[in-house]
Write a new protein. Structure first.
Length: 364
């Protein structure tokens, strides 16, 4: 794995969400502060406290140093919406000079035994899958590693300040890169954020609890596997090249055969599998020939299929398949020995479900 490092943003200051303890120690040394202060700052940071003024046990002088030397809060919370099912959607604005006002969204999906945070990697997306709300927005910016990790930290702090009602889990245990953007098209931001999330002085998450979802950038998937070997989800959506060229246009560059070879090479531990995501679009990719092609494509030993209900957004050009048809589709896969699940949509009432994320980038 590459060495841990914080990613400078456009004015080159290190960012608190991803800085390592040793980098902070160097900073303490430079300013004549005792080394143990670095650990105190890291402890606050890992709890999601990014504003030095809220770090109760550090002296005023150090707060001043942190504010001057680091980008402490790369994001600002603009809005939070809570769904009836406990899902929370967060809208964050970037705190960068040229991009202030640009926004990204993150979603907390709580269950009884886990808390999953779905994070964004870009403002908009470089790709333009026609069924995806983010794709219609165009590309505006790659997030820095600090901005990616800040989403997780700020949600952690929010959960601490305002725990969920009922028996829902109040910790962030799992991370999925399934928010706005194509994480593998922002390789620097993705890799540096993974280093911070996995590191011992960061959130110390296991790579089994992190999933990167991609539309299928083959060389980048290979590099992700070699460097981090986190869980992989592929937005497949069709196993027929001519249709996938339309639904997931990156297929024109990396067609199914290339993707197949790449998935065969992705290293998996015991009990792990690759997830193939398949959003069911009525009379588009839910026909008999689509099922047959999918059955031929999947390697049931290493892969499972996650059928996703299409989440409409204003002006979306597709309809979703009916619930009955989705179950039938799943049954046909299962009868061929393929593990298939139907993803329950969460947070639809607050437009927080898959593919619905599109921040109102200019108005606040
Ligand atoms: N860019 C990455 C990750 C973000 S999209 C990728 O494409 O994998 C996260 C998931 O939501 C992908 O599987 C994507 O195909 C799916 N998705 C996009 N728009 C959707 C919609 N309108 N309804 C349901 N799922 C959608
Ligand atoms: Fe981008 Fe993923 Fe949406 Fe495609 S599905 S436009 S890759 S965010």
């Amino acid at each position: 794995m590459p060495n841990s490092s914080s990613t400078p943003n456009n004015n080159d200051k290190p960012q608190l969400p991803v800085i390592s303890q040793s980098e902070l120690q160097d900073l303490m040394k430079k300013h004549g502060q005792p080394a143990f202060r670095a650990k105190q700052v890291i402890d606050w940071r890992n709890k999601g406290v990014l504003n030095p003024d809220a770090m109760k046990n550090i002296p005023g002088e150090l707060r001043h140093i942190l504010n001057a030397e680091l980008i402490c809060e790369p994001l600002r919370l603009v809005r939070r919406e809570c769904s009836v099912d406990g899902t929370r959607k967060y809208v964050f604005a970037l705190n960068r000079p040229r991009f202030s006002g640009k926004m990204v969204e993150s979603v907390l999906i709580p269950e009884q035994s886990r808390g999953t945070v779905c994070i964004s990697s870009q403002v908009g997306c470089v790709l333009d899958c026609p069924f995806c709300h983010t794709g219609t927005q165009g590309f505006e910016a790659n997030l820095t590693a600090g901005e990616i990790v800040a989403q997780v930290l700020m949600i952690k702090a929010d959960l601490h300040n305002e725990p969920l009602a009922g028996d829902l889990h109040n910790e962030v245990t799992h991370i999925v890169y399934m928010g706005m953007g194509e994480p593998l098209a922002n390789e620097t931001g993705l890799h540096d954020s993974l280093i911070a999330l996995l590191s011992d002085d960061g959130l110390k998450l296991s790579r089994r609890r992190i999933t990167v979802s991609t539309s299928g950038l083959v060389p980048q998937i290979n590099r992700l596997g070699e460097a981090f070997n986190v869980n992989l989800a592929i937005s497949l959506h069709s196993a027929i090249d001519s249709l996938r060229d339309t639904l997931v246009p990156i297929n024109k560059k990396h067609p199914l055969k290339q993707l197949r070879d790449c998935l065969n090479r992705y290293s998996l531990g015991k009990q792990r599998h690759i997830t193939l995501e398949y959003v069911l679009l009525k009379e588009t990719n839910d026909r008999e020939e689509d099922i047959r092609a999918l059955i031929d494509f999947v390697n049931p030993e290493r892969e499972r299929v996650n059928l996703i209900q299409f989440n409409p957004y204003p002006g979306s050009p597709y309809d979703g398949s009916s619930k009955e048809h989705m179950s039938k589709f799943a049954q046909q896969l299962i009868s061929k020995g393929i593990r298939a699940t139907v993803r329950r949509s969460r947070g639809q009432d607050i437009m927080a479900a898959c593919g619905q994320l599109k921040a109102e980038t200019s108005k606040e």
